[in-house]
Design a protein around this ligand. Structure first.
Ligand SMILES: Nc1nc2c(ncn2[C@@H]2O[C@H](COP(=O)(O)OP(=O)(O)O)[C@@H](O)[C@H]2O)c(=O)[nH]1
Ligand SMILES: [Mg+2]
Length: 353
């Protein structure tokens, strides 16, 4: 599956149905009185956030979405049926921007619904215009077109833990150990080129599961590190480093990765845990490794885990640190400054249970 986290789409509400001009009785006989019905309203396009998607891939293949048009009115005052709303599922964590780049809504809760394009209003048939002074109107009101809007989607994964680090540190190995993911493990650089997700299931002691994403390794070329922004909603970041490297290189790896992280994800409150991996190839004891690393980086020793992702069977300490209280996701926010609050509220629909 292709991981797509940015895409542009066009949505259109359905056009309103036409109202008709008609008269009762024989064809075109105004004596029978007008009976032309109204057209139905066009359907809205409604975005719904779901946890069952984790990529914007469907929009990559289908960039245009259109709701159903309203049905035309008919004789005998029959109103046309309203067009059905088009429900478009987007992954939780999708930020929706308008064509001008202005944020519209951040869909960060499962089930959140937002009407992104309104359907056009149905036209009026001539029966609607009957009045004491105009008993046989021949006019109609034209139907409204559905709203057409260009949208940019920006997905930030809603995950609990982000695994980051330089290439070949052992991120994929650790992910596969912690979860049932099948991330590709190989001894060549940049094996993982898109985020890989895994889940640590809930158990009798912990009621909630933990979602972990391995983000592609940090690259010397800055523009290839934009995946790091996926760590911004995580409650923990784990940086996996290769402890078997020369100590100077290890510290340099840490500083390089840390400054890249801050560049793409400036939120400083997310705790960063350090995994010094490949201890099996390291000459120092675990305690020495931890002490030395802590001294040079000022990272507290309690946040440093020296391990061997390949050999260790006991990952309980790391798991206990991850189970520490999770940061709550932000509540839905009003984002579009140009639009008044009531515009926004009218479009935000309640989350169905
Ligand atoms: N000796 C040793 N090798 C490891 C350990 N963890 C991972 N590796 C190896 O390091 C290489 C890179 O691992 P990988 O998980 O793909 O690293 P990533 O690029 O950070 O995802 C692979 O050949 C792994 O088998 C470990 O704890 N000890
Ligand atoms: Mg990998």
């Amino acid at each position: 599956m292709k991981f797509v986290d940015r895409t542009k789409i066009v949505v259109r509400g359905g056009n309103g149905g036409r109202g008709v001009v008609s008269f009762r009785g024989p064809k075109r006989n105004p004596c029978g009185g007008p009976d032309g019905g109204d057209g139905g309203n066009g359907g809205d396009v409604v975005l719904v956030a779901t946890t069952s998607l984790d990529s914007l891939e469907p929009f990559f293949y289908q960039p245009e979405w259109r709701a159903e048009a309203g049905v035309n009115g008919a004789r005998q005052m029959k109103k046309g049926r309203d067009g059905r709303a088009l429900v478009v599922e987007v992954p939780v964590g999708t930020m929706v921007r308008g064509g001008d780049g202005q944020p519209i809504v951040d869909l960060n809760q499962h089930g959140q619904r937002f009407v992104v394009a309104k359907g056009g209003r149905g036209g009026r048939g001539n029966y609607f215009f009957v009045s004491s002074t105009n008993r046989s109107p021949r006019g109609t009101r034209s139907p409204g077109p559905g709203e057409r809007i260009e949208l940019f989607f920006d997905l930030t994964l809603v995950i609990d833990v982000a695994l980051i680090g330089p290439t070949k540190g052992g991120k994929s190995t650790l992910l596969n150990r912690l979860t049932r993911a099948h991330a590709k493990v190989a001894d060549y650089p940049y094996t993982t080129d898109q985020p890989v997700l895994g889940v640590i299931p809930a158990n009798e002691n912990f009621a909630s599961a933990i979602t972990i994403a391995e983000l592609p390794s940090i690259h010397p070329s800055r523009d290839r590190n934009r995946f790091l922004h996926h760590s911004s909603r995580a409650s923990h970041i784990i940086m996996v480093l290769d402890a078997s490297r020369d100590p100077k290189q290890l510290i340099a790896d840490f500083h390089r990765c840390f400054s890249e992280l801050r560049l793409h994800q400036p939120k400083t409150e997310t705790p960063v845990l350090m995994v010094l991996n490949k201890h099996d190839c390291c000459s120092l004891t675990r305690a020495q490794c931890r002490r030395q690393f802590s001294r040079h980086t000022k990272i507290p020793a309690s946040s440093i885990f020296v391990m061997s992702g390949r050999q260790d069977t006991d990952l309980d300490d790391l798991l206990a640190a991850l189970r520490a209280p999770l940061v709550k996701p932000a509540a839905p926010e009003v984002l579009q400054e140009n639009n008044p609050l009531n515009w926004f509220e009218a479009r935000m629909q309640p989350i169905s249970p």
